[in-house]
Design a protein around this ligand. Sequence first.
Ligand SMILES: Nc1ncnc2c1ncn2[C@@H]1O[C@H](COP(=O)(O)OP(=O)(O)OP(=O)(O)O)[C@@H](O)[C@H]1O
Ligand SMILES: [Mg+2]
Length: 220
Amino acid sequence: MIEISKLNKYYKIGNDKMHALKDITLNIQNGEMLAIMGKSGAGKSTLMNMIGLLDKYDSGSLKIDGIEVSMLGDSKLAKLRNEKIGFVMQDFSLLEQKTVLMNVMLPLYFNNKYNFSSMKKIAMEMLRRVGIAEQANKKANQLSGGQKQRVAIARAIVNDPSFILADEPTGALDTKTSAEIMELFKNLNENGKTIIIITHDMGIAQACQRKIEISDGKII
Ligand SMILES: Nc1ncnc2c1ncn2[C@@H]1O[C@H](COP(=O)(O)OP(=O)(O)OP(=O)(O)O)[C@@H](O)[C@H]1O
Ligand SMILES: [Mg+2]
């Protein structure tokens, strides 16, 4: 569960301060599928960076499964991020010169639990789950956008995270491919994953259980 209370984030721009998140209070239960909407510049990615433990906030509280994250040092934060959170980005963020299989195996290297053949087996299972196992040995740069996003989703779930954060995951895809990717997210959600999707697209948001909107750093 994610519990956010009166969260504030400022960015320093020269001598000025920009108030990017204003007293955000939001609870996200395990198993939810939530859409975060809002205009460009509203603060959606900033909020995602907070929830994803990628950046620090200035005041308020953010708890993940009961742990106040501002109390954690960098190595504990990195561990929590690796264990609990899977990221999916608009631009896929794959290693383009590496194979599909290697891209999905990568997060497993960081948790130091598996030997090479176990990592390969787990990664192949994830690729099957997202319907792209036949492409395992292709380089990422040989895939279409929709195929790349499937690989990114396989990579996001390989460590069995509690939740998936997706920032405009369908922003670079056509309507039909977007719908297929949303089906995949729905499927993962039905299998217990908490999913948080940032989107501009009302159709995508409608496919989620709950929608919230951010405007000028506030939830409206
Ligand atoms: N690193 C930064 N330094 C300074 N200002 C920033 C930084 N990142 C974001 N901002 C500012 O904070 C505000 C919120 O930005 P954010 O990226 O969260 O918007 P967004 O809702 O994700 O927009 P988009 O839909 O365009 O991705 C914007 O005014 C932006 O210019
Ligand atoms: Mg953004």
